[in-house]
Design a protein around this ligand. Structure first.
Ligand SMILES: [Zn+2]
Length: 408
């Protein structure tokens, strides 16, 4: 009964916020309201690449850090309740079969350099219940998601090992097609051997993920891989960091048809904040901007051997100095708004991709800036209940459904 009346109230609020939106009004919101609503959320961001820095020695607990997008102080300032840390394995590790080695090193940096070193601030979480428990204890829940299905080196045994070490999602591909799944990153490259989506083994991977209770993440995959995964998976699937292709025409983003089908199966799209995925204007200027930026980067890095994360940080700094295109907080709101219109409020989440990109939207520059998004959504007429769903409620629902489907 209580559930029913809560749903009824939610429906009314949704209706109110939608009618507010169609009239184009923005309402005035006080700082106190922003902070009250923001604090009432359990903010779960499902993609952050700071482990690619900590594995190189970066100290996530160092005070006064101004480089990159993520450190403990800024996570707290941003009110982040749970963070999925990306166990990112670059495609280059496929050469010489070093993917598993890299995966284990990345898992270690999350467990050792982040959670182990700062156990007063983080709690390793491997379930929806853990996330809520960490939140109750006033700690940030730390979770792991593998980025790039080649991490399992075509072995279900390795997949099970990673699950046992705490990994709770895996993107079936990164930007490289692997031996069992096509990627959006090279789908137009005739030199790459494609499979028309998932191979039979790829379907087995999805089934084994279902059996284990590991979430199937379709960010980065080719469209046909998405449709195959959606069909094969017994549990809802999700996109840990993808946005809308209708608004920004990039193959990494999801078409309306894909978003609606994902939502119908109970899944969620965790909106990515990368400028190139959320702003068509950024995309239209990208060729010229990249030429200018590359020339400047070549000059600045001559004779230096910068790591990939350090290159990203430098590139972002130069982009700002040179006044090249960026996206804005309003672009992120547009993607949220679009997904809500086509698939409903229950289909939206957040996967910022911080420290994985060289351009973040003005106003959402790093993990400390999440309250700005809360303000923007309140101004648009979103209710506190809507915001709690977007920030973590929807994701927790999907994670629980995946656990239930695995009998956990
Ligand atoms: Zn990614």
């Amino acid at each position: 009964m209580t559930r029913l009346s809560v749903a009824g109230v939610t429906a009314m609020l949704l209706f109110a916020s939608m009618s507010g939106q169609t009239s184009g009004q923005t309402r005035t919101v006080t700082d106190a309201e922003v902070m009250r609503v923001h604090r009432s959320t359990l903010l779960i961001d499902t993609h952050n690449d700071v482990p690619s820095r900590t594995v190189e020695g970066f100290d996530i607990g160092a005070r006064g850090n101004t480089t990159g997008h993520t450190d403990i102080a800024r996570l707290k300032e941003g009110g982040v309740g749970a963070q999925f840390f990306a166990v990112y394995v670059a495609a280059s590790y496929v050469n010489g079969n070093r993917s598993a080695n890299r995966t284990l090193q990345m898992i270690d940096t999350v467990r050792h350099d982040i959670v182990g070193r700062y156990s007063n601030d983080f709690m390793l979480a491997t379930s929806a219940k853990d996330i809520e428990e960490a939140h109750r204890r006033g700690k940030i829940a730390a979770l792991m998601g593998i980025e790039g299905g080649h991490a399992i080196e075509d072995s279900l045994r390795l997949l099970r090992d990673y699950y046992d070490l705490g990994v709770r999602y895996m993107t079936l591909t990164h930007s490289n097609t692997n031996n069992w799944a096509d990627s959006s990153g090279d789908i137009d490259d005739a030199k790459v051997k494609h499979h028309n989506g998932l191979t039979d083994f790829g379907k087995q991977v999805v089934r084994e993920m279902n059996r284990l209770g590991m979430m199937v993440d379709i960010s980065h995959v080719a469209d046909k891989t998405f449709w195959d995964a959606l069909e094969v998976s017994r549990a809802p699937i999700f996109a840990s960091h993808s946005s809308s292709r209708a608004l920004a025409n990039h193959a990494r983003n999801m078409t309306d048809e894909m978003i609606v089908a994902l939502a119908k199966k109970g899944g969620v799209v965790q909106v990515n904040f990368y400028c190139g995925f959320i702003s068509q204007k950024f995309r239209d200027n990208d060729a010229a901007d990249t030429r200018a930026l590359d020339a400047r980067m070549a000059k600045e890095t001559a004779g230096k051997n910068l790591s990939e994360p350090d290159r990203q940080i430098l590139s972002e700094k130069l982009r700002k100095e040179m006044n090249l295109s960026r996206a804005s907080l309003a672009d992120v709101v547009d993607h949220i708004e679009h997904i809500r219109k086509i698939a409903g409020i229950d289909a939206i989440g957040l996967g910022g991709d911080f420290d994985g990109v060289s351009c973040t939207p003005a106003g959402l520059d790093d993990v400390s800036k999440y309250p700005n998004l809360t303000r923007a959504l309140l101004e648009k007429g979103y209710s506190a209940e809507d915001i709690r769903k977007i920030y973590g409620g929807n994701f927790l629902r999907v994670m629980r459904a995946v656990e239930t489907a695995a009998g956990k």
